[in-house]
Write a protein that binds this ligand. Structure first.
Ligand code: XMP
Length: 434
């Protein structure tokens, strides 16, 4: 490992993740471990320059006060205990609330007491991971479901750098991708990075399974199940695969601000592959926060658009083509979404707005086109801002931009005669329409 590390032992402090992020912001790598880390587990960690015992009011579990083992104090590096009075070490009653005070407390402990080096950066992270992947995988093969999303793309790029063609990427196009998305996966990974990429165009298969299915939950289920089936079929055709790579990231792993005893959630394995197809996991970005995953992608030379891609639901345009999906309306969603994205990029809104897309419902309205009556679909625009997707407010798009998008959709997208802007916040609405 090239990086010095400060470890945080979780004793029920709600701020584990915030502190880990603040330490990383100082340029020093930090990881969170459960309070009951064993002597052996602790000894197996390399480059630990300091330990923070992060106590708090939640340190009673099942009626008993939890504590760290005595070996934590004998690990040979400085220890800082927060709200943990017995400790024979540096102490802090609680984290200061003001950011500047918190930073100065952390700086004092990490940079002066522990003398940790500020060597947490993406260049070192990539170098470390390349080594670790090589050690873990050896000359074996690794399989990855490459959706084109940020996490799987960064994992693919890291693995290609580490093991080249020993990585087999499978990109399943379920026919519900945004315009140009599968093409960009092929361009970047096959043409530019020379990856071992299997491209499966399963559009017809998905659309025929979805025919006449209007219920949103049934649609989601069909798309999810079918996705696993297609991936499984491809995996069975391959020989000698021992590992499965996953784009698990830190927020998937850390349960922040909860009881303490279980810091690490049990992994939900890659969406239910059958028992005879279980592989050992490779998860090279499991310690990264989302913004760090993006920085890693840039370090690896992935295109800006791929790295800063807005969130896109697994069922793709399937939940934006409302009711029973038809090819006609799916095309209207895809084309209008492409126009919205293009105009947002021109106006700089792509850097500001969290998520933006179009929706096409399954009803028509009357309009007039070329001096004749038309009976066609509306396109609904949606653009929202949020921190955690639990609540959301709309972006107040300026009228000239809205009008430009409307003009273009009405002129360029077939079977559409009306454009509406959804100004509902979440709640009462949700972000998606299905
Ligand atoms: P809602 O519509 O629930 O969306 O307000 C919250 C966020 O989750 C995304 N979303 C999904 N993501 N599979 C996913 O991977 C899904 O089935 C799904 N449904 C919604 C949505 O795009 C938004 O960012």
């Amino acid at each position: 490992m090239k990086q010095d590390m400060i470890i945080i032992l979780d004793l029920g402090n709600a701020e584990n993740t915030t502190i880990a992020r603040a330490i990383r912001a100082l340029g020093v790598y930090s990881e969170i471990y459960p309070h009951d880390i064993t002597k052996e587990e602790l000894a197996a960690l390399s480059n630990v320059k300091g330990i923070i015992i992060n106590g708090g009011p939640n340190n009673i579990v099942d009626g008993e006060k939890i504590d760290v083992g005595p070996w934590v104090y004998e690990a040979g590096c400085p220890v800082l205990a927060v709200d943990h009075p017995q400790a024979n070490c540096e102490k802090l009653d609680k984290w200061p609330e003001a950011e500047a005070e918190q930073e100065s407390a952390l700086k004092g402990f990490i940079l002066e007491t522990c003398r940790a080096e500020k060597n947490w950066n993406m260049k070192n992270f990539v170098a470390d991971q390349v080594e670790l992947i090589k050690q873990q995988v050896g000359d074996k093969k690794v399989l990855l479901a490459l959706s084109g999303g940020v996490d799987s793309s960064v994992v693919a790029a890291l693995l290609i750098k580490a093991i080249g063609k020993q990585l087999v990427c499978v990109h399943v196009n379920h026919g519900l991708m945004r315009k140009g998305e599968s093409e960009s996966v092929i361009e970047v990974f096959q043409n530019q990075l020379d990856a071992n990429l299997i491209y499966v165009d399963a559009t017809d298969r998905f659309l025929s399974k979805l025919e006449n299915v209007a219920d949103p939950e049934k649609k989601r289920k069909i798309i999810g199940t079918e996705f696993i089936r297609v991936f499984e079929e491809e995996a069975r055709k391959l020989e000698g695969i021992d590992f499965l790579a996953q784009g698990t990231i830190y927020p998937d792993i850390v349960e922040s601000g909860t009881k303490t005893a279980k810091v690490v959630k049990s992994h939900h394995n890659v969406g239910g592959l059958p028992d005879d197809l279980q592989f050992e996991l490779v998860e090279p970005v499991r310690q990264l926060f989302k913004d760090e995953v993006r920085a890693c992608g840039l370090e690896l030379g992935l295109p800006h658009d791929m790295v800063f891609r807005q969130p896109f639901p697994g069922p793709g345009l399937g939940v934006r083509c409302l009711g029973a999906i038809t090819r006609e309306r799916l095309e209207a969603v895809r084309e209008s979404d492409a126009i919205l994205r293009e105009e947002f990029a021109k106006a700089g809104l792509d850097k500001k707005v969290w998520q933006y897309f179009t929706v096409v419902p399954d009803f028509k309205s009357v309009g007039v086109k070329d001096n004749a009556r038309s009976f066609e679909y509306p396109v609904i625009l949606r653009a929202i801002n949020t921190i955690d997707a639990m609540t959301a407010s709309i972006e107040q798009i300026e009228w000239p931009i809205l009008l430009k998008i409307t003009d273009r959709i009405l002129a360029e997208v077939k079977n559409v005669n009306r454009v509406c802007y959804d100004i509902s916040p979440k709640p009462c609405a949700t972000i998606e329409w299905e």
